[in-house]
Design a protein around this ligand. Structure first.
Ligand code: CU
Length: 192
């Protein structure tokens, strides 16, 4: 990052890759969790609010994020340097677009479901990485600083919950949700 002083000067101390972030309590951050199967086939309303992805200090923030199919993703550049956003999808269309310093927000949508999430690179800064999961329903989340995730208002039923992590792969857990029930599902990854 020294090659891009506008970014390097935003950081104090070492900058670590986010491909495996272990929280203080031993849990795993940045796992993408979603209902993989068991939901009724229907059109779930797309939230009108956009999901935001920023580039700040030559790092994508957040590192992992989810959108619904056709939900707006707003990509911004908070840096005083050029970025070139380059998603590498398998199901959706690939593109790459440069974005000048503090340039106009890019407004994008993804018409096809895509998990494992889409890898976003930057053609200027090879270390920049983000992952954007695209799901056809609203039941997805990313594990946070406590290693937890919440899938809200899931209708009663039996589901396979999938969890994806860029380093540690894919896990699945079966759950049965009763009406008005709050349920905990634990998912464990191992590093080998
Ligand atoms: Cu960049």
């Amino acid at each position: 990052m020294d090659a891009t002083p506008a970014c390097a000067k935003q950081h104090k101390g070492p900058i670590y890759s986010e491909d495996a972030v272990i929280n203080a309590n031993g849990t795993l951050k940045n796992a993408f969790v979603y209902i993989k199967s068991g939901l009724a086939k229907r059109d779930y309303p797309v939230p009108p609010a956009p999901v935001k992805l920023d580039q700040k200090g030559c790092i994508y923030v957040p590192h992992v994020v989810g959108v619904m199919v056709n939900q707006t993703l707003e990509i911004s550049n908070s840096d005083d340097t050029n970025h070139n956003i380059h998603p590498m999808p398998k199901e959706n269309r690939e593109w790459n677009e440069s974005q000048p310093p503090k340039g106009d927000v890019k407004v994008k949508t993804f018409p096809k479901e895509e998990v494992p999430p889409i890898l976003f690179k930057c053609n200027v800064h090879p270390w920049m990485r983000a992952w954007v999961g695209v799901v056809s329903h609203p039941y997805f989340a990313v594990s946070g600083e406590e290693g937890t995730f919440t899938l809200k208002d899931v209708p009663p039923g039996e589901y396979m919950v999938g969890a994806w992590h860029e380093r540690f792969g894919v896990k699945e857990v079966k759950v049965k949700v009763e009406a008005k029930q709050s349920l905990t599902a634990d998912i464990t990854f191992s590093a080998n």
